[in-house]
Write a protein that binds this ligand. Sequence first.
Ligand code: ZN
Length: 224
Amino acid sequence: MPIHSILVSRKQCRLAPGHCVLTFDDGPAGKVTDDLLAVLHEFGVKACFCLVGCQVTIRPEQTRAIANAGHLLANHTFHHRFVDLWDFERFRLDLACCDQAVCEAVGETCHPLRWFRPPFGLVTAAVREIARTRRILPVTHFVIDPWLRSDRAKRPAKWIVEDAKRREGGIYVLHDGLVISEISPSARDSPGRCWIPIVVKEILRELTTAGFQFPDPSQVFQAD
Ligand SMILES: [Zn+2]
């Protein structure tokens, strides 16, 4: 079965030179997300949150807070399960459940969120089929942060800052939550994630000082 990633180049996704977008997967995640929202607010930066429906139902107020702060919400499925990626109908239903959870949380009548990101970044045949009618949220550079338990060395910050400088910006993914259903039922809001807002602050401080801009993702990600 062919597997392609959601990885694209900055030019392919028509991101202007010097522009960066931060995306956060697997939340909302409680305190980590709260701290993250505070950092983004401090820098006046809008980001994109790829929400997992089962977390949204636990934290509808926080989901509303993310939306009210003007961040872009993307669908990252309800259960975030590897197995659902291989069956079109299961995957479609899982996305629909997430749409419903998000719309209920923010007080809207249910509609599909325009953008989705498949769990684990896998573009299977089922994901490609879904992508005929809704758009996959791209990324230009993966940062493998879920397995860095407590990163005092701020490695993800260094990786992102270096990549942005080398490639004149990009779309980056970090995880405010952590849903790895195949490995453990759910490791949400673990203390291991509390370094994420610190790392994001470092990234924003370094890149804004270097002249990079963080445009509103809802302007960057416009469906054709
Ligand atoms: Zn994920």
